[in-house]
Design a protein around this ligand. Structure first.
Ligand code: PLP
Length: 384
């Protein structure tokens, strides 16, 4: 059993209240919500209740929520479905720091003939909005810009972006997988057209997500077949998980504000402790404007993976900003886009907290991490 779990941007512990809400739909209420008979039909109202709970968390109408299997499916449906429906959007605009669930379909659409623009970020991971304005001047576009970055936690100004995109008559999708449940979101005030979310980032299980599609927005289904989700996403509904996602959204709505303050205080103590006890450390991303639970730090001259392995031995779970590609340890595309120097990008670690972390967790990491870093620096092959 991991002593300290600080990898909540990868996935979160399923909340006991959510497991409790889901259980009846495995044990007793296992009918098909599309069935004519009462046994199946009675389940439908629970799916609709979950739809209301998801909608309420983000200020949407229930009819604007489509249940999907995950955040990746929501992102793919938004991009490929909108491109397919309109046919007349020759231009796609995104950022260099999106999750692969957005970047990969964008690059796929580029191969299909769409023009693709990937907006740059600065060294703090912030977006310059001028190229977006310029890009929208000559043609309408599908724009996909994340609400908050999964690696650094940096929050993009989606309100301002929405004004620019809608002002230019274009379509805006936002990947809010890391933001939903951590930040207040209200699509009745922020005019995005589509928004992706994923259950397992807010204490529901893995394998359920949703796509918000503003009324009137044309999006073709990605999965075709039956008439579920009003013909927008075929496949018999994953009822227990949908109920779990609904409950997760209800819990997030109740606790988000208080949780954000408590979690941010622990994150800030972890950050201050690391900066005080370890030399040659830099925080990656805009510290003034990031998710309350996320801290990305680079320990210069050591590999992030080496730190993670040592932390793992101490039963601390965190994550590295690097992805291991074909045997070579490449810094992540986010670190590269931010221009983080090579020696720092390789030593980047993401700590991401949740409501289940305690002050003791932070004490434990601060007690052990400085020694881990000092030991690895002694054997580091990087020249100082
Ligand atoms: N978008 C972002 C920003 C994410 O962080 C993730 C998952 O890490 C996804 C999309 C994909 O979500 P899922 O794992 O539910 O497919």
């Amino acid at each position: 059993m991991t002593e300290v779990y600080l990898d909540n941007n990868a996935t979160t512990q399923v909340a006991p209240e959510i497991i409790e809400a889901m259980m009846p739909f495995f044990e007793k209420l296992w009918g098909n919500p599309s069935s004519m008979h009462t046994f199946g039909g009675q389940v439908k109202k629970h799916v609709e209740q979950a739809r209301e709970q998801v909608a309420a968390l983000i200020g949407a109408e229930p009819s604007e929520i489509i249940f999907t299997s995950c955040g990746s499916e929501s992102d793919n449906m938004a991009l490929r479905g909108a491109a397919d429906a309109a046919g007349g959007w020759p231009h796609i605009i995104t950022t260099r720091v999106e999750h692969p669930a957005v970047l990969t379909p964008c690059r796929y659409l580029e191969k299909q003939g769409y023009r693709l623009t990937e907006l740059e970020v600065d060294s703090l991971g912030r977006l310059d909005l001028d190229p977006l304005k310029t890009g929208l001047r000559d043609s309408a576009a599908i724009v996909s810009i994340m609400w908050a970055n999964n690696e650094t936690g940096v929050i993009f100004p989606i309100g301002e972006i929405a004004e620019i995109v809608k002002g230019a008559g274009s379509l805006l999708h936002t990947d809010a997988v890391q933001a939903v449940g951590k930040l207040p979101i209200d699509v009745s005030k922020t005019p995005v057209d589509m928004l992706s979310l994923s259950g397992h980032k807010l204490h529901a299980p893995k394998g359920v997500g949703a796509l918000y599609v503003r009324k009137g927005t044309k999006v073709n289904p990605l999965i075709m077949g039956g008439h579920q989700e009003r013909g927008r996403r075929a496949g018999t509904e994953n009822v227990p998980y949908i109920v779990g996602l609904g409950r997760a959204c209800e819990l997030a709505a109740q606790n988000m504000e208080e949780e954000a303050i408590r979690v941010a205080a622990m994150r800030d103590r972890l950050e201050a402790g690391i900066l005080k006890s370890c030399p040659d450390v830099r925080v990656n991303g805009d510290r003034q404007n990031r998710l309350p639970n996320t801290l990305n730090v680079s320990f210069e001259f050591i590999e992030g993976e080496a730190i993670l392995l040592s932390l793992n031995e101490l039963e601390v779970a965190a994550s590295s900003g690097s992805a291991c590609t074909s045997g070579s340890l490449e810094p992540s595309h986010v670190m590269r886009a931010m221009g983080v120097p090579f020696t720092a990008a390789h030593g980047s670690i993401r700590f991401s907290l949740s409501r289940y972390n305690t002050e003791k967790d932070i004490d434990y990491v601060l007690e052990h991490l400085p020694r881990v870093v000092a030991r690895l620096r002694e054997i580091s092959p990087f020249v100082r």
